[in-house]
Ligand binder design. Structure first.
Ligand SMILES: C[S@@+](CC[C@H](N)C(=O)[O-])C[C@H]1O[C@@H](n2cnc3c(N)ncnc32)[C@H](O)[C@@H]1O
Length: 244
């Protein structure tokens, strides 16, 4: 991937300094924008769909996990978000198991991607995880999200990060399937709240059906796609963030 400046505003800002600590304390950090794919970055050779603020938020919530925590990621692609969480846990001395759930076939919007066409997403994910030295924290679950959720007991997972199927039906199915397994006091994060033809509608539908119990808070917002949301039991979010 070349370093030529793309015809897009540079959304990276001071990303080098800000995420160096969470990525590694020693390795140099290389971040590239993939000009032909909106919202796609390569961080230390790992391609993914995370803005700087998304990585900061994943880092923030990972740092608050208890030792021995179980984490589920829905939608791992080539492992960037998986490795942001794994690195953060490692650097902060927290032992976690991250279940990386993905059929590794790409979303509808990825079907023109070369790695997706060649069926290489899973191999690329495994290679990136192996190269990170953090494989012991990561359990690949090569299957669709709802089938994976059925293998988890109620209230058994400390943190869930949903960034899988972005369609209304797919994302709604994910939210419904995974909220059941969240532990009391656990963290449920999702990505691409501003994906207005799919994720936003799914979150809206989820709220209209479960709004007596759950709230949604948008955590950040960027026109290129950095927009995380958190689903939390009514009244619990500030307690989680501020400990009050
Ligand atoms: C936007 S990408 C994830 C990007 C990744 N979180 C990152 O930032 O590096 C969405 C991923 O969801 C996966 N996906 C699509 N449908 C899925 C499903 N039903 N269950 C789990 N993953 C799914 C796709 O294969 C794709 O890899």
């Amino acid at each position: 991937m070349g370093h030529d400046a793309p015809c897009l505003p540079n959304p990276l800002g001071d990303i080098m300094e800000d995420i160096r600590r969470m990525w590694s304390t020693s390795e140099p950090l290389f971040v590239e924008l993939v000009p032909e794919q909106r919202g796609c970055f390569i961080v230390n050779g790992v391609r993914g769909f995370m803005m700087k603020s998304d990585m900061e938020l994943l880092d923030l919530f990972t740092r608050m996990l208890p030792n021995g925590a179980t984490v589920v990621e829905v939608g791992s692609f080539e492992g960037l978000s998986t490795l942001v969480m794994a690195r953060s846990a490692h650097i902060n001395g927290i032992n976690v198991k991250i279940h990386a759930v993905d059929p590794f076939l790409g979303n509808i919007e990825h079907q023109k991607d070369d790695a997706v066409i060649r069926g290489e997403l899973y191999d690329n994910f495994k290679a990136n995880v192996a190269a990170s030295g953090l494989a012991s924290m990561i359990i690949p679950r090569r299957m669709p999200s709802v089938a994976a959720a059925a293998t988890f007991k109620d209230a058994s997972v400390d943190m869930i990060y949903v960034d899988g199927d972005h369609t209304l039906q797919g994302c709604f199915a994910d939210l419904t399937a995974w909220v059941r397994v969240l532990k009391p006091g656990g963290v449920f994060l999702g990505h691409d709240f501003l994906h207005r033809d799919g994720v936003a509608l799914a979150v809206d539908k989820f709220m209209s059906e479960t709004g007596d119990r759950w709230c949604v808070t948008m955590l950040n917002s960027h026109p290129m796609g950095g927009n995380m949301y958190v689903i939390h039991p009514k009244g619990e979010f500030l307690k989680k963030i501020y400990g009050v």
